[in-house]
Ligand binder design. Structure first.
Ligand SMILES: Cc1cc2nc3c(=O)[nH]c(=O)nc-3n(C[C@H](O)[C@H](O)[C@H](O)COP(=O)(O)OP(=O)(O)OC[C@H]3O[C@@H](n4cnc5c(N)ncnc54)[C@H](O)[C@@H]3O)c2cc1C
Ligand SMILES: NC(=O)c1ccc[n+]([C@@H]2O[C@H](COP(=O)([O-])OP(=O)(O)OC[C@H]3O[C@@H](n4cnc5c(N)ncnc54)[C@H](OP(=O)(O)O)[C@@H]3O)[C@@H](O)[C@H]2O)c1
Length: 543
């Protein structure tokens, strides 16, 4: 009887990892069993290995998991791609990869990680919270829940080492992470749009004096908001529960104010409602909890709308609070330089207000900053260090900044920094917004910078001044030859703002400029851009 040859054990451990041949062979076997993967699968990075077996590899010595690394084995790493498509691309991949595909792919840092690291942390169970991906919303957390159930289905013999499962979160200094915020003082707000604008965008100043915080340009600022008191009042009324009902040392009103998110209504709330209702209503609540949309109104259901839809229920206030998601902090790109304005931080915040089903809805944090906090109020805050968004080390290097709308924020900071440090490199800013008459944020500052020669070029795109929309990428194409010449001179390119449409369109325009003015084929242009990314010459801060 002939035996079929034993398939080679695939190599998951990079040659560069600090193991003997014997250790590497043993670990490759372990991971082959752990992930149930075939030969030819993407090898794990040293950082992944370090996370899985912290005792064997010094995590600090492992290379960082930059987004570029996530890109090469992650074809789903595109914020504009729908979840179903992302999951399809990740089909058959190792569980951590499928976890990653479930994320919103923005690497926005709101969860405290980039997408790949959050996925890895969930897989090794050093992070247990499945609801941190704010841009991914309910569909991401539903998918994570379903994938999470697969972790324990991994054959016991290949279980994740115990020390990896119980790895404690690293200690972070106060104010350096969403898990350890500090207090800072709200100073002021000033509207950046002129009367007549359709937008409501605020310049916000915050005093860091007593917070112990510092920052560098490119960092983002995290803020824990509070829900609107009218919304809290309406939820209390719909619950028919006393505002001072005690819950774990706090009152129901306090929990509703800054403990839980009141939008959108989570699956768990519909589960709770299904226990409190009968007949048709019970069935509907169950279907909503499962992600169905029986009445075609699921996207309009914030917590209050859900209570109205199932009016008359009297949930136990504690069970009700338990069924809601925690209120998450929001991040804002810092729009000041500490060298220009020491002890303070500035933000540029677009207030989110919109109407659904005849009721005004308010973005919780942007309207908190844009209306509900007063000078002197204390805010719970933290600084989120930028991982891959920084000025070039060499101050001589030219920079090109593309930031429509609130995407301008970090570039005001960059320009202030280049001014304060007298950096000799040339600076080119592309800014765009709806109307030149109303929406030219920081107009006086930028015009003064241009007059002073700091801002070498200022290129503007107004989308609603004329019949035809003009966006920043249209302007880029118009000046493609000069753009290419700056690239040839070693310019670093930065993009900030909308992740879903703008960032993609700007990247396409950049590729076209490289191809047209660099006289190369699309594949060569893509390789040129990939090299720019790898060298940190193309950086994005998108959300
Ligand atoms: C790294 C980073 C940097 C950022 N920098 C900035 C910045 O500089 N400036 C800035 O303004 N924002 C910035 N943001 C976005 C910011 O964090 C918040 O997401 C934003 O302020 C909205 O939060 P919110 O709490 O006000 O709204 P939420 O309460 O979170 O409500 C927003 C949600 O409302 C819904 N919604 C919004 N508009 C509509 C509509 N018209 N119709 C129906 N539904 C709608 C959408 O589901 C949306 O996700 C940044 C985000 C990240 C991750
Ligand atoms: N989570 C949230 O609720 C929230 C809150 C604030 C901001 N954001 C995101 O952050 C982005 C920034 O918001 P913002 O208010 O500062 O400005 P914005 O809405 O992005 O608008 C800025 C400018 O960009 C234009 N624009 C629209 N689509 C574009 C595209 N594909 N390419 C290039 N430019 C485009 C807009 O034009 P037109 O509008 O005339 O088409 C406008 O002139 C938003 O797009 C949004 O996605 C999200």
């Amino acid at each position: 009887m002939s035996m079929s040859p034993r398939p080679p054990i695939p190599s998951f451990i990079p040659e560069s990892a600090p193991f003997t041949l014997e250790q590497r062979t043993w670990l490759n076997g372990l991971f082959a069993g752990l992930f149930g993967l075939e030969a030819g699968a993407t090898p794990l990075s040293s950082a992944e290995v370090a996370k899985l077996i912290p005792g064997l590899v010094d995590a600090a010595a492992a290379p960082s998991t930059a987004p570029a690394e996530a890109d090469d084995g992650a074809p789903w790493h595109d914020p504009a791609m729908a979840l179903a498509e992302r999951m399809k691309l990740a089909e058959g991949k190792a569980l951590p990869r499928r976890f990653m595909a479930a994320m919103a792919q923005q690497d926005c840092g709101q969860c405290g990680y980039n997408c790949k690291d959050y996925a890895d942390a969930l897989f090794v169970k050093s992070e247990k919270r499945l609801n941190l991906c704010v841009p991914g919303g309910k569909e991401t957390s539903r998918m994570l829940k379903s994938l999470y159930q697969e972790i324990d289905g991994i054959p016991a013999a290949a279980a994740v080492p115990a020390q990896a499962q119980s790895k404690p979160a690293p200690a972070v200094a106060p104010g350096r992470s969403r898990d350890n915020p500090v207090y800072a003082t709200f100073l002021s707000r000033r509207r950046l749009n002129k009367p007549g604008s359709e937008k409501e965008t605020w310049h916000i100043d915050i005093d860091l004096a007593d917070s112990g915080l510092d920052y560098v340009v490119g960092d983002s600022f995290g803020i824990f908001p509070a829900n609107h008191s009218d919304l809290v009042g309406a939820v209390l009324a719909a619950l028919h529960a006393p505002a001072d009902f005690p819950i774990g040392g706090r009152t129901l009103r306090e929990e509703l104010t800054d403990g839980v998110s009141l939008s959108p209504a989570p699956d768990m709330l519909f589960h709770l409602i299904s226990y409190l209702t009968g007949g048709e209503r019970k069935l509907k609540a169950k279907r909503l909890a499962a992600g169905d949309d029986p009445d075609g109104d699921a996207t309009a259901l914030d917590v209050l709308a859900a209570l109205y839809k199932f009016s008359g229920i009297r949930p136990d206030p504690e069970a009700f609070i338990e069924s809601l998601e925690p209120l998450q902090p929001r991040l804002y790109s810092i729009s000041s330089s500490p060298k220009s304005d020491p002890g303070r931080v500035s933000l540029t915040v677009d207030a989110v207000r919109y109407e659904v089903a005849k009721r005004m809805r308010f973005g919780v944090c942007s309207t908190f900053l844009g209306g509900r906090v007063s000078p002197g109020d204390k805010l719970r805050v933290y600084v989120q260090r930028a991982q891959h968004f920084a000025l070039p080390d060499d101050p001589q290097k030219p920079i090109i900044m593309i930031g429509p709308g609130t995407g301008i924020a970090p570039f005001r900071a960059f320009l202030q920094e280049r001014q304060a440090t007298k950096a000799p490199g040339r600076n080119w800013l592309f800014f765009g917004h709806q109307r030149s008459a109303y929406d030219f944020f920081y107009q006086d500052e930028f015009l003064a910078m241009r007059a002073a020669g700091l801002l070498t070029r200022l290129t503007l795109a107004w989308s609603r001044d004329d019949k035809e929309k003009v966006y920043v990428q249209h302007r880029m194409r118009e000046v493609g030859r000069d753009f290419w010449s700056w690239l040839n001179d070693g310019a670093h390119v930065y993009v900030c703002g909308d992740a879903l449409r703008m960032a993609k369109d700007v990247e396409t325009a950049l590729l076209d400029i490289i191809a047209e003015h660099g006289g190369c084929r699309p594949a060569e242009a893509a390789a040129f851009l990939a090299e720019m990314k790898a060298k940190g010459r193309y950086q994005t801060d998108v959300y």
